[in-house]
Ligand binder design. Structure first.
Ligand code: HEM
Length: 243
């Protein structure tokens, strides 16, 4: 059986788990340049391959257009909102950033605001699920980055207040443009209607936008399982090396 076939075997649930499991690291652009696992072959390998270690951990990202968009029956991405009668508003939990680690826009803005602000975080190696007692992951403890190769600490401590963070959340929510695929106003452009959401909205009286999703974090193995050779062993290898 070719290796590629073993690497994508469906599990009990019918999903294809990542064959490298906890040994996987998402090197993003770097893996693309190396034509690494999960990546289409790099069409310009001879020109660009040598730049792979400079681009490890870099991700292409979409615009923030419609970043807060949700199905109508679950009108927000943020846990802990209440209506005029104090009743919890059902929410639709999205997964932000390339790996879905961030579960709400509040967490996303708080990340930009405080990522480099705490002693625990980039300066102190702690992995997800292992924030010290007395701290709360994503609130006053940020786990170390998966790929430290392009760490940039110039904009990770914005010193915004809680209220200012909330204003940025509102600004992101304002990116929802209300475009109706059934009635496009630009002549000649027809978009397929998105599928109707048939799942359940989430309701919580205990989670809030800062901590939502924390109850389902799967702690990173300790000691850390080393990076898979299929990812970190492809030449030119990451530099500095990734644990
Ligand atoms: C407070 C200021 C900022 C806000 C509100 C903001 C907002 C966002 C949002 C909403 C996303 C997309 C999340 C998703 O749909 O998954 C995003 C992703 C991203 N932003 Fe920002 N951003 C800010 C500042 C910055 C800065 C200063 C940089 C670069 C120095 C940056 C670089 C990126 C990158 C690279 C991603 C993709 C990350 C990934 O997929 O892991 N952003 N940002």
């Amino acid at each position: 059986m070719p290796i590629s076939a073993c690497r994508s075997k469906a599990d009990f649930f019918g999903f294809n788990p990542n064959p490298d499991g906890m040994r996987f690291r998402d090197l993003g652009f770097g893996t693309f340049l190396r034509s690494g696992p999960g990546s289409a072959p790099n069409p310009n390998s001879s020109l660009w391959l040598s730049f792979a270690p400079l681009t490890d951990g870099q991700m292409q990202t979409s615009t923030t257009r419609n970043v807060a968009m949700t199905p109508t029956q679950c009108p927000t991405t943020e846990a802990g909102q209440v209506d005029a009668n104090g009743k919890p508003i059902p929410y639709f939990q999205k997964e932000f950033f390339h790996n879905g680690y961030i579960k709400s826009l509040k967490q996303l803005v708080h990340f930009y605001n405080t990522r480099d602000a705490f002693p625990i975080g980039f300066g102190f190696p702690v992995t997800s699920g292992h924030c010290p007692p007395g701290t709360t992951e994503k609130v006053d403890c940020w786990p170390m980055p998966e790929v430290a190769n392009n760490e940039d600490m110039t904009v990770g401590n914005l010193q915004l207040t809680d209220a200012e963070e909330n204003l940025l959340v509102i600004a992101l929510q304002d990116m929802t443009d209300g475009f109706d695929p059934a009635n496009p106003t630009v002549p000649g452009i027809l978009y397929k209607n998105i599928d109707t959401f048939t799942g359940q909205c989430m309701i919580s009286t205990t989670e809030n936008a800062s901590t939502q999703g924390n109850s389902t974090i799967i702690p990173t193995p300790t000691p850390l399982t080393p990076c898979a050779s299929a990812v970190c062993g492809v030449q030119p290898v990451p530099n500095p090396p990734i644990p």
